[in-house]
Write a protein that binds this ligand. Structure first.
Ligand SMILES: C[S@@+](CC[C@H](N)C(=O)[O-])C[C@H]1O[C@@H](n2cnc3c(N)ncnc32)[C@H](O)[C@@H]1O
Length: 249
């Protein structure tokens, strides 16, 4: 029986892959990979069969039950099965469903961490998620609720933390802003949207919670909403029209 490795592919740039991940890919027999994994990363798995099981919003995605079953079947046939996931596998990646299913079938699972989008976005901005004396807590949240799952407490977490990274929320800026402002987050809270962090076409848009509904995205790449006082300096450095919008907020 083989081992299934849940491997973080990082935020996009192939050179942000860990050395452990690269070595595993080189000896992988089969790789089940998310959408948006860079071709250079997949190329490392030169001897592996590659199966795309990507999930991108608004596109047809592979059913999670199919992925679970495919991983089990592959582990019966191959020594090294890699499940390659965007960012870090343990954050908003449905890793626990795969781990649980594999363990239920007595298949060994190992996890290889990756650089999550919030860290790559912070690197793009050059702004730390934490700041001595100002931001001592960070929440990774998503307003996205899976089919048949309980409603999430993301708003409570977002209110409690000094800095908030919102995954899978970029298409819902208006609803997110309305929900947070209604719950008591100041409308003047600085916001940065980072699109395609770590990639050459990365884009940053800055504003406040009040201006978030009008903050567009350009490339259609994956995007993260960051909010908190630490982004005040990014808002201050933003183009004049955005600055005006956020000052009037
Ligand atoms: C299903 S979640 C997976 C998160 C992933 N496991 C991680 O650790 O980054 C996908 C979301 O991550 C964010 N994301 C992933 N890659 C990104 C990137 N390069 N730049 C900005 N946001 C990104 C977006 O919010 C996207 O909708």
């Amino acid at each position: 029986m083989g081992t299934v490795y849940l491997v973080g592919a990082g935020p996009g740039a192939p050179d942000l892959l860990t050395l452990r991940a690269a070595r595993l890919l080189e000896r992988a027999d089969v790789v089940f990979h998310d959408a948006l994994v860079h071709p250079d990363v997949l190329a490392l798995a030169s001897r592996a069969r590659k199966v795309a099981v990507g999930k991108r919003c608004s596109q047809i995605s592979t059913d999670q039950r199919f992925i679970n079953r495919a991983l089990v079947e592959a582990a019966h046939r191959y020594d090294t099965v890699v499940r390659l996931k965007g960012g870090d596998p343990m954050l908003f990646g449905r890793a626990h469903e795969e781990i649980e299913f594999l363990k239920k079938h007595f298949i060994e699972v190992e996890i290889v961490p990756g650089v999550t989008a919030a860290l790559a976005a912070s690197a793009e901005l050059g702004i730390s998620l934490t700041r001595r004396g100002e931001a001592r807590s960070v929440a990774f949240v998503t307003p996205r609720v899976g089919e048949g799952t309980r409603g999430s407490s993301w708003i409570r977490a977002a209110l409690a933390a000094d800095t908030v990274a919102i995954y899978m929320g970029a298409g819902e800026g208006a609803a997110i802003a309305a929900a947070l402002i209604e719950a008591g987050k100041p409308a003047s809270t600085p916001v940065a949207i980072v699109e395609s962090a770590s990639m050459p076409d990365t884009e940053v848009t800055c504003g406040t919670l009040r201006t978030l509904p009008g903050m567009g995205r350009s490339s259609g790449g994956p995007a993260l909403i960051l909010l908190g006082e630490v982004y005040g300096e990014a808002v201050a450095a933003a183009p004049r029209d955005l600055r005006k919008a956020s000052q009037s907020a």
